[in-house]
Design a protein around this ligand. Structure first.
Ligand code: SAM
Length: 439
């Protein structure tokens, strides 16, 4: 792929016309990206991947500036054939970016991954940024332009910034630049992002052991049934939906048990926490009261979530249903700690969600939860709960730090079960070592 100056000049004119005809501010997305790319002063021999390459205009523009190691990736076979016919790229990868290793490429091979409009509701899901980061060399750059996130009206785009900040906190990326722009007719707002890939790091507490003394202390604390000085009064807060979902009347203690155990770990106030199946925000409130304010709430019910929103506890309110792997609009390893009180129950969260919960937990991070005791007798789907946890432990994905620990008075006189799970620190950057094909 070495196109002459005249050919490039001609192609630039035809491709510009082609993309202008597409409308929707497509040309501005390309122009903004090229402008930003050139400002970075990347060496001419850089290895570049143009994702969702489409017309191939980016390659034409970058080649005109002396870049020649440019590969294309596109799921549209016709687009790829047309690019090939015009000899626009060095390699042509006909793939969809959908999940880890979906590109079929080796890890750490590109200096730059670039996409104009590739992240879109009907194209690449922004959660798949992790796959694009995987194929970048450490210190390499991922830059893209897209329609403004709010225009996409999807949870994944709504959470894009929060997810990127989470990746930054984990030391996986640095957000170098984020800028809004608009097309010439001022009708199509767009966003530009430039992120640098970093090696990623474990949370500071990943190698801190939960000592047997601490385990005993937590177990003792949770089994302690002496009346708490502050009895949780919650009746006024239940929405009619809540009452339908699960009847909880009495001195419900599921959330306080989780938070009490969490506090015993003595983690820094800055750790990122998810309250999974947060409901009206009882667990979140308890957590925030103790100074841990970096907490998001996730629930499947919009009514419950809106009650929680009124309390102003959570940073993000995530409306989502957790079930199998990939069900949540969150990047891998997103939280240091996940807590869930009474989320696991028939008709609510089933054991099949365990893998997904582990996916969004940071290696070395904690998953602390309570549920009603005896669910296995009430619902066949819960019969294999302990076996599923044991299997995850056998496969070195988790460590069961504490549990099953039965405690009294989860709700009224019914006992509850407590677990503290830890995601294996060995899963840190595990994907980087996995084999895959070259372009
Ligand atoms: C019994 S309430 C518990 C609420 C809160 N954790 C508490 O302790 O008060 C169960 C909550 O789980 C939510 N829920 C049920 N199934 C869910 C799912 N698959 N994913 C996310 N949330 C779910 C319900 O909307 C409800 O708010």
């Amino acid at each position: 792929m070495t196109l002459g100056f005249d050919v490039l000049h001609e192609l630039e004119a035809t491709k510009t016309e082609e993309v202008t005809k597409q409308g929707n501010g497509e040309l501005e997305k390309v122009n903004k990206l090229v402008e930003e790319f050139l400002q970075m002063k990347i060496p001419r021999n850089a290895e570049i991947l143009d994702v969702a390459a489409g017309s191939g205009i980016l390659s034409v523009m970058l080649q005109s500036q002396g870049y020649c190691h440019i590969d294309s990736l596109d799921e549209d076979v016709e687009a790829v054939n047309e690019q090939r016919k015009l000899n626009l790229y060095r390699n042509y990868i006909h793939r969809s970016v959908k999940g880890m290793r979906s590109t079929g490429l080796e890890s750490d091979i590109y200096d730059v991954v670039i996409t104009a409009g590739g992240f879109a509701k009907d194209a690449i899901n922004p959660l798949d940024i992790t796959e694009l980061l995987r194929i970048l060399r450490p210190e390499g750059h991922l830059l893209w332009t897209m329609r403004a996130a709010q225009e996409e009206r999807s949870t994944e785009f709504g959470l894009l910034n929060a997810n990127l900040r989470g990746l930054e906190k984990m030391g996986k990326i640095k957000i170098v630049k984020h800028q809004a722009f608009i097309d010439f007719e001022a009708t199509h707002p767009g966003e530009f992002y430039l992120v640098k890939r970093l090696p990623g790091e474990l949370p500071y507490f990943a190698n801190m052991e939960v000592t047997s003394n601490l385990k005993q202390q937590i177990q003792h604390l949770l089994k302690d049934c002496t009346e708490k000085s502050q009895v949780i009064r919650f009746y006024d807060e239940w929405s009619s939906k809540y009452e339908e979902d699960l009847v909880m009347v009495g001195n419900y203690s599921g959330h306080t048990k989780c938070v009490e155990a969490f506090l015993e770990l003595g983690l820094k106030r800055s750790v990122s926490i998810l309250d999974l199946a947060c409901g009206t925000g009882l667990l979140g409130e308890e957590t925030v009261k103790n100074g841990y304010v970096n907490i998001d709430g996730l629930d499947a019910s919009i009514q419950m979530l809106s009650q929680a929103r009124n309390k102003n506890i959570y940073k993000e309110h995530i409306l989502a249903v957790v079930h199998g792997v990939g069900s949540l609009p969150l990047v891998d390893d997103a939280y240091d700690v996940i807590m869930s009180s009474n989320g696991f129950a028939p008709g609510q969260i089933y054991p099949e969600a365990l893998d997904e919960i582990v996916r969004i937990l940071r290696p070395g991070g904690y998953f602390i939860f309570t549920m009603r005791d005896g669910l296995a007798d009430a619902c066949p789907k819960f019969m294999g709960f302990q076996t599923e946890l044991d299997d995850l432990e056998k496969n070195n994905k988790i460590e069961i730090v504490i549990g099953p620990l039965v405690f009294e008075k989860f709700v009224l006189d019914h006992p509850g079960v407590f677990y503290m799970i830890r995601k294996s620190a060995q899963l840190h950057l595990a994907y980087n070592n996995s084999p895959a094909a070259s372009p």
